[in-house]
Design a protein around this ligand. Sequence first.
Ligand SMILES: Cc1ncc(COP(=O)(O)OP(=O)(O)O)c(N)n1
Ligand SMILES: Cc1nc(C(=O)O)sc1CCOP(=O)(O)O
Ligand SMILES: [Mg+2]
Length: 204
Amino acid sequence: MKLDPFYLIVDSAEWIERLVPLGVKLVQLRIKDRPEPVLREEIRRAKAACAAAGCQLIINDYWRLAIDEGCDFIHLGQEDLMAADLAAIRRVGLKLGLSTHDPSELETALAAAPDYVALGPVWPTILKEMKWAPQGVERLADWRRRVGPMSLVAIGGITAERAPLVLENGAESAAVVTDITRNPDPEARTRQWLAATAPWRSVG
Ligand SMILES: Cc1ncc(COP(=O)(O)OP(=O)(O)O)c(N)n1
Ligand SMILES: Cc1nc(C(=O)O)sc1CCOP(=O)(O)O
Ligand SMILES: [Mg+2]
């Protein structure tokens, strides 16, 4: 499995409907603190928009809803992983991405045999408070050596200008939230991301 080099993360189906048709091929729906019926509706809309655009949808956190709604890829953090039923996730064939922030988390993640591991925050992020200092691109190169051929996602403080740096240092994909969603022109910024990551994109 090869990930697109541009991994967009958004908090609503509306963002997905707006930005995915521009050519985004990998998107995560990361919604916090909404009631289940709202989550279900968001997942359904996101799934429809991604299917129409040939985009891989990844559901953050809500692995049971992802199974119920027929999604095929989830992302879990380390705490999410502890609470999850990995056997049930595997039984239905869900692909799995896992967060890592230090070597012990990487060991835990690798033991779960995920489809990718993410390392963050590469740079400081304004999206949420993090207990880890920025890792830097050197840490990313170290992760690449440790994970071997497994897909590796970089996250945290990545901008369109910084994306090539992470892709040159071992990441297969660069994940982004605020550089796009808090940009005054998210569509134009998405196009800049698509252009910046184009040299790493496989055709077909
Ligand atoms: C691609 C990617 N990497 C890391 C995260 C963070 O996941 P987690 O640690 O569970 O934190 P929340 O995003 O759930 O707040 C992610 N979502 N995606
Ligand atoms: C959701 C998330 N997880 C991270 C991790 O390191 O696990 S960093 C992060 C925030 C990414 O947002 P932005 O692109 O705006 O910095
Ligand atoms: Mg989580």
